[in-house]
Design a protein around this ligand. Sequence first.
Ligand SMILES: [Fe+2]
Length: 258
Amino acid sequence: MKKQAFHNFVVDHMTFLVEPELYKTTYALLRIVFGVSREDLIYEKRSNWAGQPPRSMTFASRLGVHGGAGAPAQTIVAVVQPTEPDDKPSHVRQMLKNRGGGCHWQHIALRTPDLLGFHAFCLERGVNFITPVLKDDEEDLIQVFSGEWMVPGGRPTATFFEFVQRDPSPELLEELKSASNREAWFRDKTFLGLYGEKEAEYARGAATPFIDDALAERIARRIGRREVWEVDDALLGEVEADMLAYAAERLRAGAKSR
Ligand SMILES: [Fe+2]
């Protein structure tokens, strides 16, 4: 298994779902216990439902930052609560309920130096994404969201990955230093893009899995009864060949049905 340049991931941010009754407490705890200053609050979005006062849907807080050239390595937690009225569906509410309530780590965003390269690599191996590669207007952020990590035939787990690439211009990096522009790190279009996608999946009652059930079953069969320490590179090569073959077959079938 060859490690490629695009596999050199750093954590870009993590997204934490909490019940409404825990949302403001979470905010206070992050501010006080985790030392999140006003300048560290880098994004906030409010709901806009008719007949209901606006409520905070999400806020992103920066818990730490380490410099370096280009986009800095930061520890960022984005907190989300369901804000939909009780009589409206809410994928966030459903995710929390499915996971037993309280809170849930929903996704980790991993930053790669070559998102398009990694994305193509994944597609060739049958990995599913719920969005195309989203490109921000400013073109300094591209991102894509994977399917959910789940057992074949299992119910949605509300756990997935986001992959991002950030190539901020020197001008943007300068802007990000000033408090008034810190929201440039997270944007409505990308936050609401994912939010809408997940809402549609949960309304359908079926989430896209990270890999198709058929491929997951093929991998499980290939590994069989061996323990992880018995999975050598030769066997991993066979698993990868299964993934490549599966994705190629699926592509051919898709081309035919079009
Ligand atoms: Fe995210």
